[in-house]
Ligand binder design. Structure first.
Ligand code: NAD
Length: 492
């Protein structure tokens, strides 16, 4: 492994499947290379699971379900809290693995780890509450009958996650699934399995009963589609691209499985002329360049009220020249590489298409010489609305600025997309902030705020960005079935 970080060097990475409480090889023994995006070197080979491995994992989860679903909420909470403590205890190692495999700067990786621990803690609290609220009596217009509504675990669930926030997208699914009493088969992204497998080890050390969590690494085409197809999987919770999400939904339809989908986005940050310009520059750069712009919630459309459009664009250009891009372990680095070769090529193609479409390149940051999937932070102005740069999810550090004259025009431009994940508003007028938030077709709106996401709230979007919601009580409900039990009192 080629890294200077002592936490990574201390331990070899986990590379096996985790099925029925054991680390094991896949039935074929095929392997997938895992690459460090800063150096383009192979850092590990993990098991490439198959449909047969998926079947083994689903059978283990099915056997474990009866026992796990009958544990109390308090018992499940104790496991979730042990996982949160395990994550905290190994935070340096997890953060280093995250930076090594995903390429994000260490400081950003540490934010991820804190989020993972907080998510397990939060759902531990909800699991405990289930002991009181899991069964609720309903008032009936009949004295002869008693009805209760019960919340029961959905069953064996498949969790399929992407590579941009490894462990975080997993925690947002795994913590509520376990809290609800479901058993799980997790498929990490083939691009970033190393931090996910280390998180799996922490879950295993919590003493979770055998078969409650199973992890099958491998490709989407083989492991992912086998999970979406499997008749004993009750529900698929998927985070990834809209194209693959549609495929998962179609496959799941054959066995009428429930699906929760967290998909792509094409979101806007709307900056009004009364905004604090320093705050606006901070929020625009955060929304565009955090995680090298590889965020479903990236606000890659920057809508600026015309009187301040020139000033804001100049300030952004100046900020871009100061963003240090490079080795995620270097303390001064603010932006790492893109996470994989395919994404690197895709983002560079977007930049070339933008130029060809007549968008004006305002700024493009420096990148280190040599290997690594680096793309400098890039700002375009006057991007034609018909350009792919304006229309499609870029998933890289590229911002497109356009001016607007009226509030109405800004809202129309922000909503003019098939997606509807998030929106940001920067304004000195609180009433306007509320008014515009009300009109944005988005599942999350931040007003004068960075992209903070608390586990207590909600996550997901309108239109083609999502089906269902994660986080908060909604995240738990996604893994529950509702059952009513009606009894005739006189005969019971
Ligand atoms: P992707 O859709 O290529 O892959 C996501 C996961 O699905 C991976 O584990 C992959 O192996 C698996 N997969 C691929 N083909 C499959 C198939 N046919 N059946 C089942 N599973 C399959 O996405 P990605 O490139 O890993 O991630 C980037 C995308 O994820 C972006 O579009 C981004 O917007 C989205 N994303 C959304 C959210 C959100 O909360 N809305 C969060 C993070 C990322």
């Amino acid at each position: 492994m080629n890294t200077r970080d002592p936490h990574v060097l201390a331990l070899p990475p986990r590379t096996q499947l985790y099925i029925d409480g054991f680390w094991c090889s896949g039935e074929r023994g095929d392997r997938l290379s895992v690459v460090n995006p800063s150096t383009e070197e192979t850092i590990a080979d993990v098991q490439a699971g198959s449909a047969a491995d998926v079947d083994c994992a689903v059978q283990a989860a099915t056997r474990a379900f009866e026992g796990w679903r009958h544990t109390s909420g308090a018992e499940r909470a104790a496991y979730l809290r042990a996982i949160a403590r395990g994550v905290q205890a190994r935070r340096d190692h997890l953060a280093a693995l995250q930076s090594l495999n995903n390429g994000k700067p260490l400081a950003e990786a540490q934010v991820d780890i804190a989020d993972v621990a907080a998510t397990f803690e939060y759902y531990a609290g909800l699991a405990e509450q289930l002991d009181d609220t899991g069964e609720v009596e309903v008032a009936l217009p009949s004295a002869d009958h008693r009805a209760v509504i019960r919340r029961e675990p959905a069953g064996v669930v498949a969790l399929i996650v992407p590579w941009n926030f490894p462990m975080v997208t997993t925690a947002w699914k795994l913590a509520p699934a376990l809290a609800a009493g479901c058993t799980v088969v997790l498929k990490p992204s083939e691009v970033t399995p190393l931090p996910e497998l280390e998180l799996t080890a922490i879950v295993a050390e919590s003493g979770l009963p055998r078969g409650v969590l199973n992890v099958v690494t491998g490709t989407g085409a083989e492991v992912g589609s086998a999970l979406a197809e499997h008749p004993r999987v009750a529900k698929v919770s998927f985070t990834g691209s809209t194209a693959v999400g549609k495929q998962v939904m179609k496959t799941a339809a054959d066995s009428v499985k429930g699906v929760s989908l967290e998909l792509g986005g094409k979101s806007s940050i709307v900056v009004f002329a009364d905004a604090d310009l320093d705050l606006a520059v901070d929020l625009v750069t955060g929304g565009g360049f955090f995680n090298a712009g590889q965020m479903c919630s990236a606000t890659s459309r920057v809508l600026v009220e015309r009187p301040i459009a020139k000033a804001l664009t100049e300030r952004l250009a100046e900020r871009v020249t100061r963003i240090v891009v490079g080795d995620p372990f270097a303390p001064d680095v603010q932006m790492g590489p893109l996470t994989n070769r395919a994404q690197h090529e895709r983002v560079r193609r977007f930049i070339e298409r933008g130029k060809a479409d007549g968008a004006r390149l305002v700024a493009s940051g420096d990148v280190p010489e040599g290997p690594g999937y680096f793309v400098g932070p890039t700002v375009f102005a006057d991007t034609p609305i018909t350009s792919a740069l304006w229309q499609e999810e870029i998933f890289g550090p590229v911002l497109c600025v356009r001016g607007f004259d009226t509030e109405e025009e800004a809202i129309d431009m922000a909503n003019d997309t098939d997606y509807g994940l998030v929106g940001s508003i920067v304004t000195g007028d609180a009433k306007r902030g509320k008014r515009v938030a009300d009109r944005l077709a988005a599942g999350v709106v931040w007003i004068n705020a960075p992209q903070l996401i608390f586990p207590q709230t909600s996550w997901g979007g309108f239109k083609q960005s999502s089906v269902g919601r994660e986080l908060g009580p909604f995240g738990l409900a996604a893994f529950q079935e509702i059952k009513q039990v009606l009894t005739t009192i006189s005969r019971a």
